[in-house]
Design a protein around this ligand. Structure first.
Ligand code: ADP
Length: 474
C-alpha cells in the first residue's frame, strides 16, 4: 500500500512535470551498442552524440553519431569510457538532454547515474537507488525473497572467512558456487565440488573479486545441476507500471558467458513460463523498477526455478526479444525516460505478443582452435551474410577495420528470426556461412558447430551444453 501511495503521489505531482521531450542523447559507450542507440535516436528525430577515446578516434561508432567528442585524453583505453567527470563535462558543454549508458562500462554504476542526474541530465535507465541495489547480488537476492520470488538456496548475507565458508558447506553440502556480490560478466564465480577445495577456493575467489570489482564481498549459493538460464525482459515506466516481454534462453554459455541466445526459450512449459514472468514482475514492482531490465533465473530439470540476478540495463541479447515482439527496446527506453507511460506507448501486457523464434550469435574475434584467445589485427576482407530474417548489429566489422586488443572482442551480432527454432537456426547457419572475414580469426566455425548440433536444433539445452560437446571446438 505504501508503494501504491508513493506512485499515486508521484503520478499526481511529478509525472506531468517530467514529461519533457528529449532532444539529444549522449551514449556513454562505444562499439555496436553505441550505434544501436544512435539508430534509435535517429528514427525518433533525436540528436545522437558519441564520446570516443583517443584509441577509438577512427572507430565506426564515432561516425554513426550526429556529433562526437573526445573523452579521457591521456587516459588508458578503457578508463576513457569510465571517466565520469569527462562524460559529464561533454554533456554540459554540449547541452545534452539525456545519457544512455549501453551495457558494460558505467552502465551499472549508481554513482554515474547519480552524477548524470545531479548535472540536470536525464539518465536512460533505472533510478540510481535501483541500479545500486540490483548491482549488489546479495541485496538483489534479499529483494527477491521479499517479493516472494524463489532464490537459489544459499548464505544469508556475506560469508566473510574461509572458516565460515567451510561451515556453510559442511551444513548444506556440495556442490556450491562462490560468488562475488559485485561480480558480473561471468567473472568472480567459482564452483566447488570437494570439501578439501573449499578453503582455498574461497580465498582465491575473494581475492579475484577484490582485484576485479574493487570489492571482495562474497556469498555462497548451492550449485544447481544442469540448469537452463532463462531470463525475463521487463519494462517499467515512471508511474510504476511494469510489463514483461517474455523470455530468452541463454544456456549456451562458455565459462558462464553467453554465446548464443534464443527467444522464446524452447520447450518451456506454458505454466512455468507464466510463473517465471509473474515472479519477474513481482520483483520489478517490489523495487519500483523503471526503464528496461532483465531478471535472470536458473531452471532445473524438475521445472523449479530460482532467481539469480537482475541486470539493470539493456543487455547484449536484447535483440532477440525485439525480433519476436517487434518492439524497439531502445526507443521504449528513451520514451520512458521522457516520462511516457507504457499505456501511452501502447505497451500494455496483452499487446505484447511473441511471434516465431529468434537466435543471436555473438561473432567474436577469437580463435576457437586456441582456447578462444582474442585475435587482433586488420580485417582484410569482410563480407557478411544478409537476407530475409537476418539482422546484423556491428561496429567494427568492415574491410580495413583495426581490431585492437583494448576492448571487448565482439565483432558482429547476427540475429535470425523465423517461425520456429530449426528454421531460425538454418537461416543463421546460412548467414554465417556467407560471411568472409580475413585478417582476424573468428569464432564462426565454432558457432556453425553449435547451430548444426542435434541437441541444439531440438532445443534440448542446459548450461553444460558447450562443456559436454568437445566436438564443437573442432
Ligand atoms: P554474472 O553476473 O557474472 O553473469 P550470474 O549470476 O548471472 O553471473 O551467473 C552466470 C551463469 O553462471 C549462469 O547463467 C549459470 O550458468 C552459472 N550459475 C550462476 N549461479 C549458479 C548456480 N547457483 N548454480 C549453477 N550455475 C550457476
Amino acid at each position: 500500500p505504501r508503494l501504491k501511495l508513493y506512485h499515486f503521489l508521484k503520478n499526481t505531482y511529478c509525472c506531468q512535470a517530467e514529461h519533457k521531450p528529449i532532444r539529444s542523447v549522449l551514449v556513454a559507450n562505444r562499439g555496436e551498442i553505441a550505434i544501436r542507440v544512435f539508430r534509435a535516436c535517429s528514427e525518433l528525430g533525436i540528436k545522437s552524440v558519441a564520446v570516443y577515446s583517443e584509441q577509438d578516434k577512427m572507430h565506426m561508432h564515432r561516425l554513426k553519431a550526429d556529433e562526437s567528442y573526445l573523452v579521457g585524453k591521456g587516459l588508458a583505453p578503457v578508463e576513457a569510457y569510465l571517466s565520469i567527470p569527462e562524460i559529464i563535462r561533454v554533456c554540459k558543454e554540449n547541452d545534452i538532454d539525456a545519457v544512455h549508458p549501453g551495457y558494460g562500462f558505467l552502465s551499472e554504476r549508481s554513482d554515474f547515474a547519480q552524477a548524470v542526474i545531479d548535472a540536470g541530465i536525464r539518465f536512460i535507465g533505472p533510478t540510481p537507488e535501483v541500479v545500486q541495489n540490483m548491482g549488489d547480488k546479495m541485496a538483489a537476492r534479499k529483494a527477491a525473497g521479499e517479493a516472494d520470488v524463489p532464490i537459489v538456496p544459499g548464505s544469508i548475507g556475506a560469508v566473510t572467512s574461509k572458516e565460515e565458508a567451510l561451515s556453510f558447506c559442511e551444513k548444506h553440502g556440495l556442490p556450491v558456487i562462490f560468488k562475488a556480490a559485485h561480480g558480473g560478466g561471468g567473472r568472480g564465480m567459482r564452483v566447488v565440488e570437494k570439501m578439501e577445495e573449499v578453503e582455498e577456493s574461497f580465498e582465491r575467489a575473494s581475492h579475484e573479486a577484490l582485484a576485479s570489482f574493487g570489492n571482495g564481498e562474497m556469498f555462497i549459493e548451492k550449485f544447481i545441476e544442469r540448469p537452463r538460464h532463462v531470463e525475463i525482459q521487463v519494462l517499467g515506466d515512471k508511474a510504476g507500471n511494469v510489463v514483461h516481454l517474455y523470455e530468452r534462453d541463454c544456456s549456451v554459455q562458455r565459462r558462464h558467458q553467453k554465446v548464443v541466445e534464443i527467444a522464446p526459450a524452447p520447450h518451456l512449459a506454458e505454466e512455468i513460463r507464466d510463473k517465471i514472468t509473474d515472479a519477474a514482475l513481482r520483483l520489478a514492482r517490489h523495487v519500483g523498477y523503471e526503464n528496461a531490465g532483465t531478471v535472470e533465473f536458473l531452471c532445473d530439470e524438475r521445472g523449479e526455478f530460482y532467481f539469480i540476478e537482475v541486470n539493470a540495463r539493456l543487455q547484449v541479447e536484447h535483440t532477440v526479444t525485439e525480433e519476436i515482439t517487434g518492439i524497439d527496446l531502445v526507443q521504449a527506453q528513451i520514451r520512458i525516460a521522457e516520462g511516457m507511460t507504457l499505456d501511452e506507448l501502447g505497451l500494455t501486457q496483452e499487446r505484447i505478443v511473441p511471434r516465431g523464434v529468434a537466435i543471436q550469435c555473438r561473432v567474436t574475434a577469437e580463435d576457437p582452435a586456441h582456447d578462444f584467445q582474442p585475435n587482433t589485427g586488420r580485417i582484410e576482407v569482410f563480407r557478411s551474410g544478409e537476407g530475409m530474417g537476418i539482422r546484423i548489429d556491428s561496429a567494427s566489422a568492415y574491410a580495413g577495420a583495426i581490431i585492437s586488443p583494448y576492448y571487448d572482442s565482439l565483432l558482429v551480432k547476427v540475429i535470425s528470426h523465423a517461425s520456429d527454432l530449426k528454421s531460425a537456426a538454418s537461416k543463421m547457419d546460412r548467414s554465417l556461412r556467407e560471411f568472409r572475414i580475413r585478417g582476424v580469426k573468428t569464432n564462426i566455425p565454432f558457432l556453425l558447430n553449435v547451430l548444426e548440433n542435434e541437441k541444439f536444433l531440438n532445443g534440448v539445452l542446459d548450461t553444460y551444453f558447450i562443456d559436454e560437446h568437445p566436438d564443437l571446438f573442432q
